[in-house]
Design a protein around this ligand. Structure first.
Ligand SMILES: [Zn+2]
Ligand SMILES: [Zn+2]
Length: 99
């Protein structure tokens, strides 16, 4: 089983994945050109939604997986379960006011 190219289902849609598939970073405001290789995957295997979201991100929007896990994570998945305002300048901070 090589990981050069393949098809996964994401959100009910077929998605081509692999090193040869060019794509754009899935971070909302990012236009960085990437490929859909494992090096850009949020998760551990293509189509993985257990450990990550299965999205593909550029280097600056990927972070090392938490200790004991492999691969990379996007900021949202990395911070899942922790306070996103801690130690992540990229996190979106929403301020709500109650009147
Ligand atoms: Zn993710
Ligand atoms: Zn990016």
């Amino acid at each position: 089983m090589g990981n050069m190219h393949g098809t996964v289902y994401r959100n009910g849609k077929k998605t081509q994945v692999g090193y040869g598939v060019s794509a754009t970073c899935e971070h909302p405001t990012c236009i960085e050109q990437i490929d859909r290789g494992l090096a850009h995957l949020c998760g551990e295997t293509h189509g993985d939604t257990e450990n990550g979201c299965g999205g593909y991100y550029c280097d600056i929007h990927l972070y090392m997986a938490p200790e004991g896990q492999t691969g990379y994570r996007c900021i949202l998945c990395r911070d899942r379960g922790t306070d996103p305002t801690l130690d992540s300048p990229d996190a979106m901070v929403a301020t709500f006011t109650t009147s």
